[in-house]
Design a protein around this ligand. Structure first.
Ligand code: HGY
Ligand code: MN
Ligand code: MN
Length: 429
């Protein structure tokens, strides 16, 4: 079987774990379906003779020791999905990481070479944040931007904690986290640019500023059939106005420069005969600039206060999951561009609106983030699709980038210090 065929076979096999009947997957973090994909990852590492470690927030590391004691360059992404999500988001990057590492290891052995850095492949815990919020959890704990003890206590809507869920699938580990020298991740674009421009690879130059708002709307229960309208404090009516304001705030900014929406709503007591006492909303604000996110937040805080007053209802708003813009090292962009050119693939620089584990990793080590085209740009839905051909183009480039990084191409001290506005000028979207 050719290397590429091995990748395709594995990719389509893993898509069976949590498969839905409309070509998607439902493999939320630390569910039995997630366990199937984790067991498969562990089996792959074992069959290759690589060391497997599982850390105390469920991150999985398959480590290859070619240069005893040297730190690792990690390739990887996440195997968890959104509810009724797509089979490419995350899983593509993990399986491409495994096969890129396998290809690199085979070449090192054939050529009798010892790289400066060891390779490893990682499956990050709970990148999606669908079951346990916030998202990008496992990699953020790894880099120290989220507190592990706090994250282990996070509950899903059924009241199960992260720790209980990981324990229940046997992946609450004790493994020591590897020392990391660099990180490379390949992922579907989840947008339309590469497809529209017919380009094979995106080299991600920066990520949008992102934050979430935790909004609690507190009304009062009463009888839907017996309470006069004037006497009601209906949390659902007020929450509905808040949801529309979150959607509408984007219209204050230039087209395409900001996104805003509410994706999660819980309603209590959720009885058809009771006026709602409490609605809990999570709003997602992202923009090209921090200024625009903060301005949208300012407008919303004002509007939400006015809705509370109008309905004599208390509405609490908390910031969380704030992600500053991340500029990826220009040397990493240049490395990706060189690899693509050598391999005859087209490439362009591109920003990411979606968050990724690379956004966390880029805080601590030189990081390369690569995209392949998404058909119709859709993601986080069963219709998500990328072609085998595009996945193989990406695997080729990831393999070459991983090879160069294991020989020190992006060593920390070799990176030129750049100010953010230098990046901003240098890395046009
Ligand atoms: O938060 C994100 O953007 C990612 O899709 N979990
Ligand atoms: Mn993802
Ligand atoms: Mn996702």
């Amino acid at each position: 079987m050719t290397l590429n065929q091995g990748f395709l076979t594995d990719f389509h096999h893993v898509a069976e774990f949590g498969a839905t009947d409309r070509n998607g997957v439902d493999r939320q973090a630390a569910t039995p379906e997630d366990r199937l994909s984790r067991d498969w990852f562990a089996e792959f590492a074992k069959n290759e003779g690589w060391e497997l470690r599982v850390d105390s927030i469920g991150n999985m590391f398959a480590l290859i020791e070619s240069n005893p004691g040297a730190p690792h360059v990690l390739l990887g992404s996440h195997l968890d999905s959104q509810p009724l999500g797509g089979r490419f988001d995350g899983a593509y990057g993990v399986i491409a990481g495994l096969h890129a590492a396998k290809n690199i290891k085979r070449r090192l052995d054939d050529e009798g070479l010892v790289p400066e850095f060891n390779l490893g492949v990682v499956n990050w815990f709970n990148e999606e944040g669908g079951r346990f919020a916030p998202s990008i959890m496992g990699s953020s704990v790894f880099v120290g931007s989220m507190d592990e003890a706090e994250m282990l206590k996070v509950k899903d809507l059924e009241g199960t904690t992260v720790a209980q869920a990981l324990e229940s699938i046997g992946y609450l580990g004790k493994g020591q986290r590897p020392e990391v020298a660099g990180y490379a991740e390949i992922h579907i674009e989840q947008g339309r640019i590469l497809e529209r421009e017919q380009i094979n690879i995106g080299a991600v130059d920066y990520s949008w500023h992102t934050q979430k708002l935790d909004i609690e709307v507190l009304g009062e229960q009463s009888h839907t059939g017996a309470t006069a309208m004037a006497d009601r404090h209906d949390a659902l009516v007020a929450a509905s106005k808040v949801i529309l304001k979150v959607h509408d705030v984007a219209a204050n900014f230039s087209e395409g420069s900001i996104v805003s929406s509410v994706g999660r709503m819980t309603l209590e007591p959720n009885s058809p005969i009771v006026v709602a006492r409490r609605v809990h909303l999570i709003a997602d604000l992202r923009a090209e600039t921090k200024h625009d996110v903060l301005e949208a937040r300012r407008i919303l805080i004002e509007q939400i206060a006015a809705i509370g007053e109008e309905h004599e209802i208390r509405i609490n708003v908390q910031d969380f999951d704030v992600r500053e813009i991340q500029y990826y090292p220009v040397e990493g962009l240049e490395l990706a561009e060189k690899s693509a050119a050598n391999l005859g693939k087209s490439i362009r620089r591109i920003r990411t609106m979606a968050g990724h584990d690379s956004v966390a990793m880029n805080r601590i080590v030189p990081t390369v983030m690569l995209f392949i085209p998404s058909i119709d740009g859709v993601s986080h839905c069963e219709r998500e699709f990328s072609t085998d051909e595009d996945m193989l183009h990406g695997l080729d480039v990831l393999t070459d980038v991983g090879w160069e990084m294991s020989f020190g191409a992006l060593k920390e001290n070799a990176l030129q210090e750049r100010s953010k506005d230098e990046y901003a000028q240098g890395v046009t979207a």
